[in-house]
Design a protein around this ligand. Sequence first.
Ligand code: ADP
Ligand code: MG
Length: 699
Amino acid sequence: MSQIEEQEIKYLKGVGPKRAELLEKELGIRTCRDLLYLFPYKYIDRSKIYPIKEIDSNQTYIQVKGKITHFRIEGQRYKQRLVAVFKDGTGALELVWFQGTQWVTKNYQPNVEYIVFGRPSIYNGRLSIAHPEIEVPSPDDSLLSTQLQPQYSTTEKLKTYFFTSRTIHRLLAQVLTTIRLDETLPDYLVSRLKLVSRDEAIRNMHFPENTEHLRKATYRLKFEELFYIQLNILLQKSRRQFWSKGFVFSRVGDYLNNFYKTRLAFELTEAQKRVIREIRKDIGSGKQMNRLLQGDVGSGKTLVALMAMLIALDNGFQACLMAPTEILANQHFTTISRFVEGMGVSVLLLTGSTKKGERQQLHEQLRSGSLHILIGTHALIEDTVQFNNLGLVIIDEQHRFGVAQRARLWKKTDNYPHVLVMTATPIPRTLAMTLYGDLDVSVIDELPPGRKPIKTIHYYESKRLVLFGFLRNQIKSGRQMYIVYPLIKESEKLDYLALEEGYEAIVRAFPPPEFVVVCVHGKMKAEDKEAGMQLFIKGKAHIMVATTVIEVGVDVPNASVMVIENAERFGLTQLHQLRGRVGRGADQSYCILMSSYKLSNEARKRLGILVETNDGFAIAEADLKLRGPGDIEGTQQSGIPFDLKIANLGQDGQILQYARDMAGQVLENDSILEKPQNAILRKQLTAMTRSSVDWSTIS
Ligand code: ADP
Ligand code: MG
């Protein structure tokens, strides 16, 4: 990277230390390079000037040409605003300022022709533009007056210092007229993939000659961004495979065979069989397995995991399973113990509530090797937990474990155990390639036979009586149901209030002794919570009113209705998770989304998607598109820099796949990037990862 790019922007004309400080604080821009990579969030076609009479407040951005007729001050003393009436011969609108009014009246005069840009809105019944950008029409300002005018996001604070999108654009003009940017991809890639040079790309981002140039520039920069991420991940993967020898599980012995022959009351689905084959291939290869197993709730992942563990046992190794919550660990423990009962497999549970005495015994059995399978929460990663010969780690992840936590489990043995990460929240492919890019991926995309797809219905509040009637009918035919309330930290107090009121209303509608309603939430004492859960699990309670504590919790096949209150407040994947709590038995199951009439567009879309599909992958993709990857739980812990500057994982799946393929090809020809033509790749990777943790030994 050239020296000039590293130069601080405070040395640019018109910036100076004070504005530089502001820019760094508000936008994180310190160097010229930072500035060059501040890409416009959109481009406006500035060849179009609107007549005022054609403008309405639905337009996001407009450009008008005319004159200010007069200024006036409106409002009370401390809430004054400056208003200018602006006319163009077809109509009038108002320009409004809340701050910096002196500067405005000093710099703009009535009866001078201006071009005004901004977002129109209706205020007090009149069309107005708040804090508009104003300029004098100037035919000769050629560099800045391209037809595609880039728009940079600024902040309110910057705007009050008159640091607008336009100001940023001017600074970029200053920088780009003085330097040529170095290439950051090897020449052979640039020419083979027909990419534009970095210099051309960045220039065109800020000063696009036309849409075609802009498209090529965007493509080149997106490709580069995704390419380096993939190169980094794949390089780590090839290093790890080089350094760590995997245990070879070559035998299929009595444990698995007995289990298969005597314990399985059903046929495995084709998807389960395929995944087991994939796993067996990995663990027999002499390389360490690192596999991600994706599949919707109830698709039979746990069973696959159990079979993998039995193979480990057949080869003389121990196995462990780590779950994100105590409830889930308990549940895994119960299921697995039941499955292997009488087979001579010893299974124990370790969680935060395991008593000290039990714990000591457990530790001893673990060290001596007489304990085969250990199931638990993150209590498993404590240093005191030492295995005799851990061969396989299963992580039921649900997005809750960070990469670093996973790494601590690996480190429990000299040689890395095989690792299988299960996730019930399907991750869109693009995100998986990035978050878990060094893991191989298996997918169970088929539910066990006989399951009826869950029917999802969206009701507004007015249908509450209909809902209660429906629930009563379901109870009469022997079903149980959940009613879930949102609980969010920021509004915890109010949320608990709503839960309590809701609970009381439900008890009134479903009074004892005919009906039994239990309430379960995170603030209850553990015993009370457990007692409530047990009543429900044993079928003695008809309705469980709960917060999201049940999201990953209970497994009650007889529960066939999930009612989600204030459904608009939940995220898509969370709603899908909750819905996955029903539909486990043979009966028709229902998910009912209750919401108020007031819905944001996004919430309406979310609920619509859920009503439309049961496919977890489709939902995950939609979620990524609606929210972007930054918000998706778990991305923060990935260890991979996620502040993508230009690429978008929701939209650029194809470029991502291509970038990954290209990175793979590069490494195929030069596995540790030692050839001279790849020196540039090495240099870039080092610069990229210098400041971050060394994740190469981790996942
Ligand atoms: P997941 O872990 O993916 O949520 P589980 O492994 O817990 O799914 O399976 C859900 C339920 O389906 C369990 O009761 C399990 O015994 C059952 N199951 C798993 N595989 C099959 C299959 N092939 N046929 C019928 N039932 C199955
Ligand atoms: Mg499960």
